[in-house]
Design a protein around this ligand. Structure first.
Ligand SMILES: Nc1ncnc2c1ncn2[C@@H]1O[C@H](COP(=O)(O)OP(=O)(O)OP(=O)(O)O)[C@@H](O)[C@H]1O
Ligand SMILES: [Mg+2]
Length: 401
């Protein structure tokens, strides 16, 4: 029974989340323990104080443990976009058979070469994600077996993290009492896509946008692969800071005003409705002007991303909005208007939990980490290159080998 438990830690900019999930039959997993503590000792994804960071993680872990009577040692640890870099690489090997007919052995060889891709020493590969085979110059091949060619290549998206930052995370987890040798870093957006995107969206193309506390992260999924990932250091906190500085109020007051009276754009609201601040009266309209100005940074950046993506591939049809910052009223309408695409709020699926947890968009990445852990558990894969093995398995599952 205990071997069916999966634990995760999500290091967010505003909160640290620890979840314990119990894997049931079928695809579902149930959250049976959780702990949420305010993020202290981290800034913009970096550890700035080991001790307070460890205390902050330990608080979330202890709270989750107390609900399940189980000592958490290994976790899937969500890693955010601020330290993630993403690039694409093609690796190829000569086809081994004399008749140049590609065999499973050639696939094994090229996959081995992928696992050995070198990255600068200051970076570490978190996920190698193969996205298609290339035979000589022919790209986009899903099953090269039996084809004739001189070279077999595989196009791979590499998600890397900063080595020192990952080491600092490990140190924090160790100080919080976890066994770091069995903690596995996972790119948050890859995990989140598992629980908030529909199979159709993953196939046809969707841009997942998570607006968190200090970061907005985008990930494009298409043909069932994660094909692009990026981030901008703007989030819900940036909006609250703007409100605080514009109206000369404290940050907590600004945060409250944003949640209670915030609207994503002033066009849709009355110019007269007033809000009482501690030092003055302002209109809802004025508050929304400040909010929209900051949201524009995110929208313009998404627009650029979509334009750049369009030069390579068909643009995703849907934008799925997640993260705590997605809760500003009117945001879906603003994005639909400005990006001219279908926009919807993320809803998680495939996870069971008590009411309240599933509905909080700031927890989608944590729920996604559980789903990721559950998939890994089912496959019983080796630590270190889960996504690579996943890719190979995917090819196998499709009956292509
Ligand atoms: N009802 C709401 N309306 C507007 N914003 C909200 C609302 N509720 C929460 N937020 C904002 O969501 C942000 C936190 O989002 P989230 O919980 O996703 O962040 P995080 O995961 O801790 O951080 P990050 O993803 O940046 O690492 C805060 O800035 C908060 O103000
Ligand atoms: Mg987050």
């Amino acid at each position: 029974m205990r071997s069916e438990l999966i634990s995760i830690i999500d290091l967010g900019g505003s909160k640290i989340v620890c979840l314990v999930g119990e894997a049931g039959r079928g695809h579902d997993i149930e959250v049976i323990g959780y702990g949420i503590s305010p993020t202290i000792g981290f800034q913009k994804g970096q550890v700035v104080d080991l001790k307070t960071a460890a205390n902050s993680v330990a608080a979330a872990v202890v709270a989750a443990e107390s609900m399940v009577d189980f000592r958490i040692s290994s976790v899937y640890m969500g890693v955010t976009g601020s330290q993630i870099s993403y690039f694409r690489k093609c690796v190829s090997v000569p086809v081994s058979s004399t008749g140049h007919s590609i065999t499973k052995t050639d696939i094994d060889r090229v996959m081995k070469a992928v696992s050995q891709i070198g990255v600068p020493s200051d970076r570490k590969i978190i996920h190698p994600l193969p996205i298609g085979f290339i035979v000589d110059d022919r790209e986009g091949i899903t099953n090269p077996i039996g084809m004739t060619g001189g070279r077999l290549g595989v196009l791979t998206n590499l998600i890397t993290g900063v080595t020192n930052t990952l080491k600092n995370y490990n140190r924090v987890l160790e100080m919080a009492g976890l066994d770091v040798d069995s903690c596995i870093p996972v790119y948050q957006m890859l995990a989140e896509g598992l629980v908030v995107l529909t199979p159709e969206e993953k196939k046809k193309g969707a841009l997942l946008l998570d607006i968190g506390a200090d970061i907005a992260q985008s990930a494009i999924f298409q043909n069932e692969w994660l094909t692009d990932a990026d981030h901008i250091m703007v989030g819900g906190e940036s909006i609250s800071r703007d409100i605080a500085s514009y109206f000369k109020i404290t940050y907590p007051e600004a945060e409250k005003i944003k949640k209670e009276n915030g609207y994503a754009f002033p066009g849709a609201i009355s110019k007269e409705a007033e809000v009482n601040l501690s030092n003055s009266k302002v209109t809802n309209f004025e508050i929304s002007e400040v909010i929209e100005a900051r949201l524009r940074d995110i929208i313009d950046w998404v627009k650029e991303k979509l334009d750049a993506y369009r030069t390579e591939s068909a643009v995703p049809e849907t934008l799925v909005l997640s993260g705590g910052g997605s809760q500003i009223r009117g945001l879906v309408a603003l994005m639909e208007r400005d990006l001219e695409m279908s926009v919807r709020l993320a809803v998680s699926s495939g996870i069971r939990a008590r009411p309240g947890l599933l509905e909080n968009p700031g927890l989608h990445s944590a729920l996604g980490l559980l789903a990721f852990g559950n998939i890994e558990r089912k496959k019983g894969e080796q630590k270190g290159f889960p996504a690579l093995v996943d890719a190979v398995k995917k090819v196998l599952d499709r009956g292509l080998l």
